[in-house]
Write a protein that binds this ligand. Structure first.
Ligand code: ADP
Ligand code: ADP
Length: 229
């Protein structure tokens, strides 16, 4: 089944009197369970596209459907709800709370779900820290962890809410090559073991090569590549 559908989307930013056409004529369909890379140089529109899919921003024109829902018909509250229940985010700068331990960071997004008991939250925290290989590091704060370990915490935090889609904006940009490859392998393994769809952006050719499907953005326009892996 289809999890994301983008139809003829344009995104324009206005900065004072000047305008930037960040995305033009974007059409993209993503099936549930895909492991998709959005590749392109800096400034090509990758973050803008991920922000639109993540319902953090809205298109200037065109339609975006997430899990069958037309996002243009939703109120801001409905969009927050859709985001919280359907999407997990991973960032290039990890975005962990520095005063919280690894396990507290993973638990944090679960606190918004009133239906989850403390015991259920605990169960998910333990389970997902285990999946990312950080069981022994549950009590560590971000500054007591390596870059790769911090990104693993961020992956566990993203998974903890049971999202259908994980959006990762340049997840390896702040990691050395070997660590970045390990993080991509972990994401791929999680993708295979669950039905979670992964959509990640990158400007690194070695990371692109690990995708199962690759779309390229050039100057705000999308070009689909042949299968790479
Ligand atoms: P990438 O993620 O590929 O580096 P972005 O999506 O961040 O590209 O940016 C695409 C274009 O839109 C660039 O020209 C960038 O300067 C511009 N842009 C991005 N965000 C904003 C914004 N909030 N306001 C104005 N222009 C923006
Ligand atoms: P439940 O906990 O509702 O009985 P499951 O335990 O099968 O159902 O899975 C719950 C969620 O955890 C699902 O969103 C699934 O995609 C995710 N999940 C299960 N196993 C893994 C795994 N090994 N890696 C990542 N996510 C997983």
């Amino acid at each position: 089944p289809e999890i994301v559908r983008i139809e003829n989307v344009f995104k324009k930013y206005t900065l004072g009197t000047s305008q930037v056409q960040a995305l033009r004529e974007i059409d993209l369909q993503i099936r549930s369970g895909e492991f998709l890379a959005i590749a392109g140089p800096s400034g090509s529109g990758k973050s803008t596209l991920l922000n639109l899919i993540g319902c953090i921003d809205t298109p200037s024109s065109g339609k975006i459907y997430i899990d069958g829902r037309d996002t243009s018909g939703q109120t801001p509250d409905q969009l927050s709800e859709l985001r919280a229940r359907t999407i997990g985010f991973i960032f290039q700068t990890f975005n962990l709370f520095s005063v919280l331990s690894a396990e507290e960071n993973v638990e944090y997004p679960l606190l918004q779900f009133k239906e989850l008991s403390a015991a259920k939250r605990r169960e998910r925290v333990v389970r997902f820290l285990d999946i990312v290989g950080l069981r022994e590091f549950a009590q560590h704060r971000p500054n007591q962890l390596s870059g790769g370990q911090r990104q693993r915490v961020a992956i566990a935090r993203a998974l903890a809410t049971h999202p259908k889609i994980i959006l990762a904006d340049e997840p390896t940009a702040n990691l050395d090559h070997k660590t970045g490859e390990d993080i991509l392998q972990l994401m791929k393994q999680i993708n295979r073991n669950s039905s979670t769809t992964f959509i990640f952006s990158t400007h690194d050719a070695k990371v692109m090569a690990m995708a199962e499907r690759l779309v390229r953005i050039e100057d705000g326009q999308l070009v689909e590549e042949d299968m790479v892996a």
